[in-house]
Structures are given as structure tokens and as C-alpha cells.
Design a protein around this ligand. Structure first.
Ligand SMILES: Nc1ncnc2c1ncn2[C@@H]1O[C@H](COP(=O)(O)OP(=O)(O)OP(=O)(O)O)[C@@H](O)[C@H]1O
Ligand SMILES: [Mg+2]
Length: 247
């Protein structure tokens, strides 16, 4: 479904990804882990087509077709969503405005239909509940004054609300309390069961004990240096990333 082939990416003329291959099928949970600065977020941004992330070689395919020529909005409308590592505040933009606007755009509905907004807000309400936030957060400017954990929860909520086919989550557990980590694991598992392809980025094996990933990849210095099952994450947890390279 999502396929990354021999992907080389430059940022500010520096090569960050040096030939990454990766596949995320529907109904699968694929993990990319790795040390700080290994290129995990760069991979996520390149898949989404973020400006400044220049693909110099290789390809990114969605349903067998290259998406390299599509902009971020077009990729999102195909069914790709990235829950970012550090969700930015959106001053002046309330959740109750943003969420229906994005959903209307994805479903090709008329943007000026206010009644539709109310219907959509009612529809996504259980998803807000499921990330542990109450409806007051919809009335606030997105991520403005949210705590670190609240930002991550609101980002997860969007991953659920927009109903993508492939969801990429960049360290969704960072900054969350213990209950929050278990919640993330449960939601990831549900997404997979609902037939979504899940690409989970983390450098922390802690979360993986709760989710039973289908595949674990280790990304170091722009290359996938190891691929396998949960045993790969357990090796990293025990011995650290350097040993992955030497052993
Ligand atoms: N806009 C940029 N300008 C310069 N360097 C950049 C830029 N974006 C990324 N890089 C560099 O690319 C490398 C990979 O960064 P990236 O954010 O992908 O790492 P990561 O694996 O996500 O790390 P972490 O676990 O800390 O989130 C880093 O050395 C980073 O400084
Ligand atoms: Mg990162």
C-alpha cells in the first residue's frame, strides 16, 4: 500500500536518508526505531512531501503509484496522515473550525456548509473521548496553551478523526504518562484492526511491549540497518543501538 524504495533525501543540501526501503501494508503495524538524529522524522516528512525535504533518488509509492509529484495536501487526500512529533500551536484556529474543515476537504464536501460542521463535530466526539480529552478542547485554539501530553493526545485524535488509510505517528508516546502510553498502544492496535496501515516511529522500546508490531526496523544514520520482529526491539532495549551495528 505504502512503499518507500531506495529513498534518498537531502535537507539543506545534506544527505539525511541514504537509501531507505520500507513497506506498510493495510492492517499492519510497522515500526521504525533508531537513535536521535537517525532520520526518522525526516522519513515521515519526506513521505508527506513537506517542503525542504528533497528526494534525490528512489521513490515513494501509494497503491503502486508514485506520489513524488503530489503536494502534501494531495497526499493527505489520498489517505496519508502524519501525527507529528511536535504539534505546533495554531493561534486563532479553534478545533471546532479546523477539524470539520479538514474532513470536508478530504470528503470533497462544500466548505460553506455550517450544518455539516455540526454533524461532523458530533461524529468525531467519541474519538475525542477515546484520547482522554473532553469537548472543551474543541473550543480552544489548537495546541495553544495545551500541555505536552494534551498536544500529543489532540494529534492522536486527529489521526482518528481524519480516518486515513495509512497513519504515520512520530513518537506518539513522547511526553505521555504511563496511562497515556497504554492508551496509545490500544489506539494503535485498534487502527491496525480497522485495516489501516500504521507506521510507528519511536526510539523507545517501551511502547512496543504493549502493541506487538508486525515488523521492526532500525534506522541509523539514514539507513535501515536491521529488520525483523519484536526480537529486534528487544535486542535494542538490552544492548543499545551501537550494538545493532557491531553485532
Ligand atoms: N531543516 C533542517 N536543517 C538542517 N538539518 C536538518 C533539518 N531537518 C533535519 N535535519 C537534520 O537531519 C538529521 C535527522 O533528523 P531527524 O529529525 O530526521 O532525526 P530523528 O531520527 O527523527 O531524531 P529524534 O529521535 O531526535 O526525533 C539531524 O541531524 C537533523 O539535524
Ligand atoms: Mg524525530
Amino acid at each position: 500500500m505504502l512503499e518507500v524504495k531506495n529513498l534518498h533525501v537531502n535537507v539543506e543540501d545534506k544527505e539525511i536518508l541514504k537509501g531507505v526501503d520500507l513497506k506498510v501494508d493495510l492492517g499492519k503495524l510497522v515500526v521504525v526505531m533508531g537513535p536521535n538524529a537517525g532520520g526518522k522524522s525526516t522519513l515521515a516528512y519526506a513521505i508527506m512531501g513537506r517542503e525542504g525535504y528533497e528526494v534525490t533518488d528512489g521513490d515513494i509509492l501509494f497503491n503502486g503509484e508514485s506520489i513524488l509529484e503530489l503536494d502534501t495536501d494531495e497526499r493527505a487526500r489520498l489517505g496519508l496522515f502524519l501525527a507529528v512529533q511536535e504539534p505546533p500551536p495554531l493561534p486563532g484556529v479553534k478545533g471546532s473550525l479546523l477539524i470539520p474543515a479538514v474532513i470536508k476537504r478530504r470528503r470533497n464536501l462544500p466548505m460553506d456548509n455550517k450544518l455539516m460542521d455540526i454533524k461532523i463535530l458530533r461524529e468525531v466526539r467519541p474519538k475525542l473521548d477515546s484520547v482522554g480529552l473532553d469537548s472543551s478542547y474543541m473550543g480552544r485554539e489548537v495546541n495553544v496553551g495545551f500541555s505536552g501530553g494534551e498536544k500529543k493526545r489532540f494529534e492522536l485524535f486527529q489521526a482518528l478523526a481524519y480516518d486515513p488509510k495509512i497513519v504515520i505517528l512520530d513518537e506518539p508516546d513522547s511526553g505521555l504518562d504511563v496511562d497515556g502510553v497504554k492508551l496509545v498502544a490500544k489506539l494503535l492496535d485498534e487502527m491496525r484492526s480497522n485495516g489501516k496501515g500504521v507506521l510507528l516511529i519511536t526510539h523507545n522500546p517501551r511502547l512496543l511491549h504493549f502493541v506487538e508490531p508486525d515488523e521492526v526496523n532500525v534506522l541509523i544514520d539514514g539507513r535501515i540497518v536491521k529488520r525483523g520482529g519484536m526480537e529486534v526491539a528487544e535486542f535494542v532495549e538490552k544492548h543499545g543501538y551501537e550494538k545493532v551495528l557491531s553485532g
